[in-house]
Every structure is written in structure tokens, then in C-alpha cells.
Design a binder for this molecule. Structure first.
Ligand code: FES
Ligand code: FES
Length: 178
């Protein structure tokens, strides 16, 4: 359970909020404590534990998801603002065809060490590569600027994103030529 000052068991109805939203293309209708964040909901209600709680303050990016097409730190999104939202977590993104080259490149380039930041890094890289086909170093650094890593020194992460971009462009070209 999230480390909140009260738990669902001893809440009154007025302390709960009903939400109706979409996570990884599945509609979810839930009643949760009104002090829950999106990170609490995806990890503890939906058991999608890829997003991690690092800082819990919007600074580290370990909890990054895509919300309505934009990157969002799930730890800062309150349950009360969630109805109608479209959320993608690492669990949904990793099933997408165009995410596979990113995951493969992170592994091949050893861009993941302890792995705590990696789900958020992959989500942010996926979002970046939907915007830029061949991002420059500056665009990659800007795109991943909300994600901190304590292990890799970032060089391998940037290399992995570039390699993934190359592979995605090759796959697109093969698709066009087929
Ligand atoms: S846990 Fe959400 S940004 Fe750090
Ligand atoms: S791989 Fe350990 S924090 Fe990034």
C-alpha cells in the first residue's frame, strides 16, 4: 500500500473519489482514496509496478508515464484529476512495435545498470522518438531532461536512443519498400 496518512479501510465515502479513465487502452473505473496519486493507483490498485517511486516530488522521472500524449510524472498527478485521461505506462508501451528497438538498444548498449530509472527512461525515449526521427544529442538530452540516472553517466543512454532511432528508421524504410 502507498505510504499515506490514512488507508482505504478507515476512510469514509466522502474521502474517496470515483475515476473513469483509460490505462494502456483499457478503460478503468475505480474508487480510490482522494489523496492517491496516479502512481499509487497504477502501482497499488492496478499492479502495474514498472513505474517507480524515486523522489515522489516530480524531480527524478522514475515514475514517468504518458498522459494525453505528453510525458507526466505520475507521482504528481492527483486521482481527482484523472477522469477522462488517457494513460500509457511502460507495461503498455513495451508491447508496441516501435518500442522494441528502444528496449533492445538499452540492453545492447548497457544503458541500464541498477534499472531503477530504466522504465521512465524508456517511456521518455519512446515519447521523444515519436517527435523526432533522428534526434540530435541536444534533442535527446532535452527529451530526457526530466529523468535522472545515478548509474550510467547518460552516455550509454544517449547512444541507445540514437541506435533505436536508426533501427526505427530502417524498419520504416523496409516497410515503405516492401
Ligand atoms: S517519483 Fe515521480 S518524479 Fe520522482
Ligand atoms: S540505471 Fe541505475 S539509476 Fe539509472
Amino acid at each position: 500500500m502507498p505510504n499515506k496518512s490514512f488507508s482505504a479501510a478507515n476512510l469514509e465515502l466522502k474521502d474517496m473519489v470515483d475515476i473513469d479513465f483509460t490505462v494502456n487502452s483499457v478503460r478503468r473505473v475505480l474508487r480510490v482514496p482522494c489523496n492517491y496519486t496516479l502512481l499509487d493507483i497504477i502501482r497499488y490498485e492496478l499492479k502495474l509496478t514498472g513505474a517507480k517511486e524515486g523522489c515522489g516530488m516530480g524531480e527524478c522521472g522514475a515514475c514517468t508515464v504518458i498522459m494525453d500524449g505528453a510525458l507526466a510524472p505520475a507521482c504528481l498527478v492527483l486521482a481527482t484529476t484523472l477522469s477522462g485521461r488517457d494513460i500509457w505506462t511502460i507495461e503498455g508501451i513495451k508491447e508496441k512495435e516501435d518500442a522494441k528497438p528502444i528496449i533492445d538498444a538499452f540492453i545492447a548498449r548497457t544503458a541500464t545498470q541498477c534499472g531503477f530509472c530504466t522504465p521512465g527512461m524508456v517511456v521518455a525515449s519512446y515519447h521523444l522518438l515519436t517527435k523526432y526521427e533522428s534526434p540530435t544529442d541536444e534533442q535527446i538530452l532535452e527529451g530526457l531532461s526530466g529523468n535522472l540516472c545515478r548509474c550510467t553517466g547518460y552516455v550509454k543512454i544517449v547512444e541507445a536512443v540514437k541506435e533505436a532511432a536508426k533501427e526505427l528508421n530502417t524498419l520504416k524504410k523496409e516497410g515503405r519498400d516492401a
